[in-house]
Design a protein around this ligand. Structure first.
Ligand SMILES: Nc1ncnc2c1ncn2[C@@H]1O[C@H](COP(=O)(O)OP(=O)(O)O)[C@@H](O)[C@H]1O
Ligand SMILES: [Mg+2]
Length: 351
């Protein structure tokens, strides 16, 4: 028996597979400054060229494209003029949730923080949101103040065994309109337990189906690996949002992630698209931050959200308090940033 995450299709990346045909993704051939990275052999294939028609690319990625919005004269953190995305209109009818995998195989890049705070900001805008903790570390659950170690029913029960009803696992959070499917360390067994299941990659999708009509967005907080749990998230998602730490070496992992997304799209889920890249831990005062950002925008174009999330100690502080930053420090820059991101997400997805 092998554990998922080994280099077995559709997991992991095929060695030597060129991404030249998909110029939007991958790592830069050159670092954004004079510091050459170590010449490691697992560096992703290069051959990227910058996006020259970001608008067309965005249209493909968003299945029709979002309506254009006016630009302010001000330049945003991406170096592009800030788009004035309006406050979203209320939704009258909920349901047919858009499922979004918050994914990056690198740890500590802001996946969990972005899942909690984007979810809370979407809920503030009247969207019904379900957060799925798909990381056995349970950081999403802990960050929402759930004593996850003591739970009898978690995502693990939904994936393995098939006897637990999703309503026995669902929890309301302190944020109105935002619910949670919590996890704890039990989930770490799931990758192995699922290996011999028929349709193992679709297990999460089957589990979520009964509640899809209750929510507008289902955000899945993936673990930092591209193993079977993450493949399950990608196999049932409409799109992927990649939180990316604003640091040069973060760029390098994106080619591998893209390879996995491509494979899942080809083999399991043709509707999977790359919804966006959110740059986190951005520090506008640092030349390095600005250089990485400009490289990310050069390579990925409009897929990069206008909103960047600044580095601030208020995020770890809010997690300790077990709350999203939008309720813990509602007027903070961090809260405003995730609201701005939520406006972009709603605008681009049209929901
Ligand atoms: N914008 C930010 N500024 C400062 N710290 C952050 C920011 N985003 C996340 N963090 C902190 O960095 C750590 C890793 O973030 P987390 O969201 O858990 O990443 P991941 O889920 O990708 O592992 C956490 O302690 C979190 O509080
Ligand atoms: Mg996490």
């Amino acid at each position: 028996m092998t554990t998922a995450g080994a280099a077995e299709p559709p997991y992991g990346a095929a060695a030597g597979q060129s991404v030249a045909a998909q110029p939007r993704y991958g790592a830069p051939a050159q670092p954004p400054n004079d510091t050459q990275p170590p010449n490691d052999s697992d560096a992703p294939p290069t051959g990227l060229r910058p996006v020259d028609d970001a608008e067309a690319a965005s249209e493909t990625l968003w299945g029709g494209g979002a309506p254009p919005v006016p630009e302010s004269g001000e330049l945003g953190p991406t170096g592009r003029p800030l788009r004035l995305v309006p406050d979203p209109p209320p939704v009258a009818v909920h349901g047919n949730a858009l499922i979004v995998a918050m994914c990056n195989q690198k740890g500590g890049v802001g996946k969990t923080t972005s899942t909690i705070n984007l979810g809370a900001a979407l809920a503030e805008y009247g969207r019904r949101v379900l957060l799925v903790d798909l990381d056995p570390q349970g950081a999403l659950s802990a960050g929402l103040g759930v004593a996850h170690h003591d739970l009898d029913n978690t995502v693990h029960n939904l994936l393995v065994g098939g006897r637990t009803s999703i309503d026995d696992v669902l929890m309301h959070t302190k944020v109105e309109g935002m619910d949670l499917l919590p996890s704890n360390i039990d989930l770490s067994a799931a990758e192995i337990q699922l290996v011999n299941e028929v349709g193992r990659e679709q297990t999460l999708g089957r589990a979520l189906e009964p509640v899809r009509d209750r929510y507008d967005y289902i955000l899945i907080d993936c673990q930092p690996s591209l193993g079977l749990l993450t493949v399950n998230a990608l196999a049932c998602s409409d799109g992927v949002i990649i939180p990316m730490e604003c640091e040069y070496f973060s760029l390098r992992g994106l080619a591998l992630l893209n390879d996995t997304v491509e494979k899942v799209r080809d083999r399991l889920n043709p509707r999977l698209s790359l919804y966006g890249i959110v740059v986190t831990m951005f520090d506008a005062r640092l030349l390095h931050s600005r250089q990485v950002m400009s490289r990310v925008v050069e390579v990925f174009g409009d897929v990069v959200y206008d909103t960047a999330i600044a580095r601030t100690v208020r995020f770890p502080d809010a997690s300790v308090a077990g709350e999203p930053i939008t309720t813990w420090a509602p007027k903070s820059g961090g809260a405003e940033a995730y609201r701005a991101m939520a406006r972009e997400v709603i605008h681009r997805s049209g929901r």
